[in-house]
Design a protein around this ligand. Structure first.
Ligand SMILES: Cc1cc2nc3c(=O)[nH]c(=O)nc-3n(C[C@H](O)[C@H](O)[C@H](O)COP(=O)(O)OP(=O)(O)OC[C@H]3O[C@@H](n4cnc5c(N)ncnc54)[C@H](O)[C@@H]3O)c2cc1C
Length: 413
């Protein structure tokens, strides 16, 4: 049975970067798919938001309360390093929204193919190889079973199998199962990251397909969990869009802890509550014969007005002077502080998984397991997902490189 220096399990962003930086002909990168980096191809809507150029202090905040863990990883390999690596190998990049990095081709395939090309001369790969079991031997080496029959040995294992989000790309939760079998603890609760949010109020379902700029304060009682501002998209069950994705992990934790979360939606953030109220008073006085539907269209997209008025139980043929002061105040309230009760975070639509192998069971300076010697854990398999904007891929590259560099250092002695 062949013994490798290191077996990297999984060729996603994290495993690929581990293999590139390990650069060891006596190690092996094992992937169950017939090609590497299947998930990279669908990132950023097929454009791949490669990374983000925010400073380190800002980065840390983008992983909710889990960001500090990645400090060493980011110090080892940060956004400028992945940009340089890609640029040096022919994948030029561009910046959008001041901080988001994309390939100039606008094609995730360019990023994928560039990494594939770099990898050719680095650590060898074994494709179409589904790892079905990993055990640790008495001498602390590992025996890895591939496709339920072939066995190989390795001194070190880098688990880069991703989470179970988007299983159609190959990451189906195997890594977590292997780690638990080897001695790691199971997450108490399964947390989604970057997902749409569904609400109990069914009237908004009729708005599916409409998007608008809004401000939302997600609250438990009086306490604000997270405030977002930007474009939101109504779906058949709730809300979606990058800002909603960012809020979803904050909401999911509270929801799984049995809390009631109310989204306070401000549909017209560029005018204050008091300004709107006095504008409405003035308009109602000055234009008593205006139709309410036309009037509400001043604030909401045309397609939304009928559904909104139906929800308010106001006939859309009503004219302004037929609307009572109480109704007018209620209109203002529903436009500026529309309260929606969170029903669920649809797990199957989450882009990433927020739970995973616990950070406290991994050494943040090496990515080596504190439970299983010579086992390294990288990428999305580590609990604590990032927000939209390139933070999840950067977490994958940085932890992947940190594990590779740690193994190389260990071998020098
Ligand atoms: C639709 C979508 C869009 C996204 N867009 C962005 C974006 O634009 N920017 C960003 O920063 N992040 C984005 N993300 C998140 C980001 O893609 C992931 O966090 C990141 O790719 C995770 O990398 P990874 O290497 O940890 O895991 P993965 O990419 O999931 O790779 C794990 C690999 O391990 C393999 N594997 C699993 N089990 C086994 C096994 N038993 N044997 C052998 N191989 C195995 C899998 O086949 C897979 O190839 C997006 C995610 C999705 C789903």
């Amino acid at each position: 049975m062949k013994t490798y220096n290191t077996a990297i399990i999984g060729a996603g962003a994290s495993g690929i970067l581990s293999a590139i930086y390990l650069n060891d002909p006596e190690s092996i990168l094992i992937e169950k798919n017939t090609t590497i980096g299947k998930k990279i191809l669908i990132t950023g809507g097929g454009r791949c938001n490669i990374t983000n150029t925010s400073p380190l202090q800002e980065y840390i905040k983008k992983y909710q309360y889990t960001g500090n863990f990645y400090r060493s990883a980011f110090k080892t390999f940060f956004y400028e390093d992945i940009i340089q690596l890609l640029n040096d190998n022919g994948c030029t990049t561009k910046i959008e929204d001041k901080v988001k990095i994309f390939p100039t081709t606008d094609k995730a395939k360019t990023v994928h193919d560039t990494l594939d090309k770099i990898l050719e001369t680095k650590t060898p790969q074994l494709l179409n190889a589904n790892v079905t079991d990993i055990i640790q031997n008495h001498d602390k080496t590992f025996t890895i079973t591939i496709n339920n029959n072939k066995k190989i040995k390795a001194h070190n294992v880098i688990l880069a199998t991703g989470s179970d989000a988007y299983p159609q790309t190959g990451s189906n939760g195997d890594g977590l199962r292997f780690a638990i079998k080897l001695g790691h603890s199971k997450p108490e609760i399964k947390l989604a990251g970057l997902a749409p949010i569904n609400f109990k109020e069914t009237w908004i379902n009729k708005l599916a397909g409409i998007s608008l700029d809004a401000k939302i304060d997600f609250k438990v009682g009086k306490k604000s969990l997270i405030k977002i501002e930007g474009s939101i998209l109504f779906t058949h069950n709730g809300l979606s869009g990058n800002e909603i994705y960012d809020a979803s992990s904050y909401v999911d934790i509270q929801l799984k802890n049995g809390k009631t979360i109310i989204a306070h939606v401000d549909f017209i953030p560029d005018i204050s509550y008091d300004e709107l109220l006095s504008k409405m008073q003035k308009d109602f006085d000055e234009h008593p014969n205006w139709g309410i539907k036309r009037y509400i269209h001043e604030f909401l997209p045309g397609k939304m007005t009928s559904v909104f008025l139906e929800h308010m139980q106001i006939d859309e043929t009503t004219i302004l002077n037929q609307i009572t002061r109480k109704q007018r105040n209620k209109l203002c309230e529903e436009l500026k502080n529309n309260q929606l009760t969170v029903k669920e975070i649809p797990e199957n639509l989450a882009l990433v998984r927020n739970s995973g192998i616990k950070q406290k069971e991994i050494d943040p300076n090496t990515c080596e397991s504190k439970i299983v010697k010579n086992l390294y854990i990288v990428g999305e398999l580590i609990e604590g997902s990032g927000m939209c904007g390139g933070f999840n891929l950067q977490k994958a590259y940085s932890t992947g490189v940190l594990a590779a560099e740690s193994i190389k250092k260990q071998q020098e002695y």
